[in-house]
Design a binder for this molecule. Structure first.
Ligand SMILES: Nc1ncnc2c1ncn2[C@@H]1O[C@H](COP(=O)(O)OP(=O)(O)O)[C@@H](O)[C@H]1O
Ligand SMILES: [Mg+2]
Length: 363
């Protein structure tokens, strides 16, 4: 879909300064296999779809991006993870040429976003928080309008509409006016619209936020289908479990910096690997349990954390079952009653907490 020109008055200076020469602040995680993502579709390995180095963007006193550096391999589905305010939307807007960076470099499909903005805009699709559908038109007419605005002939637009409708699975609703669409259908129509021009890179800002689980599932299936169809996808999300399941590569953004990059599994591993979870019989015993475990076990800083529920405590368990036994023994010796004890892989949410919280934080 055609994108509007950069919003005037967003405080952008006339041009970007050179990026710092140093790389990302984080140690690179194993990204083996990611570079070959393009091979899965039988194509030659391509240069990265997105290369960002030392990107800085401030809004007055607020630093939205503080030297973000990352790569999106061609053919990959890459997720930008981060809590609210991490800088995800700012980064995506810079890549889509809607906002200009203060400093640093961003290349999209080999093009500089500052110097070649118009060419970037022609080649990418953007969906999500900037939906631009006409409520009074049917789904089909919306797609035809967007196709024709993008310069397709009617016949070409009709053919492409049929393809994208198949890809995103909205066939049954095409004849209805967009105003009657559910939230999930709307997102998929928006997605279909942005696909009319066959963008080589599709950028999605929180595409699944606010959708019910079934709609999220269907949207993800559509995105997965697009990737298999050869489109590179960069999306932002706060739903870490989705990135865990679908993304080839994740970049964790925090306070405008990339604090971890790699596969979801790699990020999890970096955040400490397996954990012992102990459910205590009484939630008010959690602080005591934390003290006992910190005192009796040789733990790395930050190894003990509050769990997802008030009566849960989790402990990093690099030793696996041995650590379960050690936790059980320590709590029993201190007279802390335990209702349940288990060993499991950390969720990406826990990995994310471990990466963003200062080390050593205990419940
Ligand atoms: N147009 C703006 N004006 C002022 N502050 C902004 C603007 N856009 C974003 N910010 C601030 O920049 C930071 C990063 O925002 P954003 O990129 O939207 O993060 P995210 O998408 O990860 O939630 C936040 O502190 C936000 O309040
Ligand atoms: Mg955002």
């Amino acid at each position: 879909m055609a994108l509007p020109a950069a919003a005037p008055g967003d405080g952008a200076p006339p041009g970007p300064a050179p990026a710092p020469a140093n790389g990302p602040a984080t140690a690179g995680l194993a990204t083996a296999g990611l570079a070959t993502a393009g091979l899965a579709t039988g194509r030659q390995p391509a240069p990265p779809a997105v290369e960002v180095a030392g990107l800085v963007k401030a809004y007055g006193p607020v630093t939205a991006l503080d030297g973000a550096t990352l790569t999106v391999p061609a053919g990959s589905l890459t997720a930008l993870l981060g809590p609210n305010g991490a800088g995800k939307t700012t980064l995506v807007r810079i890549l889509a040429t809607l906002t200009r960076p203060d400093r640093g470099q961003a290349r999209v499909l080999g093009l500089d976003v500052a110097r070649q903005a118009a060419q970037v805009r022609e080649r990418i699709g953007l969906t999500g928080q900037f939906a631009g559908l006409d409520d009074g038109l049917t789904g089909r007419d919306n797609l035809m309008l967007i196709g024709c605005l993008a310069g397709l002939r009617r016949r070409q637009a009709r053919a492409r509409a049929a393809e994208v409708v198949e890809l995103v699975g909205i066939g049954e609703a095409l004849g209805r006016v967009a105003r009657t669409y559910s939230g999930g259908m709307r997102r998929r129509l928006d997605l279909a619209a942005s696909l009319m021009t066959r963008p080589a890179l599709l950028v999605l800002d929180e595409p699944t936020t606010g959708l019910d689980p079934a709609s999220r599932q269907r949207l993800w299936q559509a995105l997965d289908g697009l990737r298999k169809d050869g489109t590179t996808l960069l999306l932002t999300t706060q739903y870490l479990e989705e990135a865990d399941r679908f993304a080839d590569l994740v970049h964790v953004l925090h306070h405008g910096r990339v604090i971890a990059s790699g596969t979801a599994a790699g990020v999890k591993a970096r955040a400490g690997g397996r954990v012992v979870t102990a459910r205590l019989e009484r939630a008010d015993a959690v602080p005591q349990a934390a003290r006992v475990l910190a005192g009796r076990l040789a733990l790395a800083p930050g190894a003990i954390r509050a769990g997802a529920a008030p009566d849960l405590i989790t402990v990093a368990a690099p030793g696996g079952a041995r650590d379960v036994a050690a936790v059980a023994a320590a709590l029993a010796a201190a007279g802390v009653p335990v209702a349940e004890l288990g060993l499991r892989q950390p969720s990406l949410d826990e990995a994310f907490l471990a990466l963003t919280e200062p080390a050593g934080s205990a419940p």
